[in-house]
Design a protein around this ligand. Sequence first.
Ligand SMILES: Nc1ncnc2c1ncn2[C@@H]1O[C@H](COP(=O)(O)OP(=O)(O)OP(=O)(O)O)[C@@H](O)[C@H]1O
Length: 298
Amino acid sequence: MIRETNKKLKFTLSARHSPLVFPSRTYDLPESSPNPSATIQLRDATVRFPDGIDAVASVSLEIQPGERMAIVGPSGCGKTTLLRAIAGLQPLTYGTIERDQDESGFGSTSFVFQQPALLPWRRSLGNVMLPLELQNRNKLAGRQQPVDRAGRIEAAMKALGEVELTEAADLLPHQLSGGMRMRVSIARALVNQPNLLLLDEPFAALDDVLRMQLGDLVTRLWTTHGFTMVLVTHNIAEAIELCDRICVMHRGRVSVVLNNPVHTQHDFATKSADLRRMPRFGEFYGTVSDHLREVVRS
Ligand SMILES: Nc1ncnc2c1ncn2[C@@H]1O[C@H](COP(=O)(O)OP(=O)(O)OP(=O)(O)O)[C@@H](O)[C@H]1O
């Protein structure tokens, strides 16, 4: 069932553990989103590993439907652990993470990793169809309507079309370039119409030009699909290009959440390369770097 989505939403930040609070603002979300996007609410979310390290320490944060949140911070500050906790892959020691779900109770989340992790014996089409096959198994748990083979092929071809790889449907992963493999991985993430897309350093292994091209692709897909997005990255420029807010983490905690002034409603169609030329891009880049330098020093 598709619910009506609110086109204008107020973004708020629960700043209980954030020393710096920036005012919330109102966004115009993309016009057409086939799935209602997810709201994520973290309250005192804590992950303590057996060695006593709090990889995520009392994080309270609210991510609104259709919002794109970047998570940056020094190596080892807990970014990946936080993302895995949001995905439900990492249990919390303390606190809660709430996700709204669709009526079937499934609430689809897709994950894109730095390594595309394609099955080497499956062609692009077969790799992209995989989540739908797994989803069919979930029907045993009464969660989703099964999708027949024709439906799976149609959905996978549509997703491959969205990443401009229709012509590579019959190729095996070893016949694809690094950028193409990543696009197949993005198509696989899109095929079950996620309302939440989690990306962990997706373009870190790629060169700058590819990075920008794939970043523009993700923005275009977000404009069409309207999913909520959380991106872990070391790359400040990428965080600014792709996200509405930037969360700086340090030692498991949220140090600050910054509103991105570079993005406004009419920037959605602006290419990364053009965004980078804007004076406010450079200014904001400086602000984010200053915060990162500060947390590293403290
Ligand atoms: N399974 C685990 N068991 C024990 N400690 C872990 C485990 N996974 C991560 N850690 C520790 O938790 C802390 C946070 O790790 P995490 O991978 O979330 O950081 P990160 O910010 O994503 O790092 P990077 O930027 O280098 O990828 C680190 O000190 C790490 O050593």
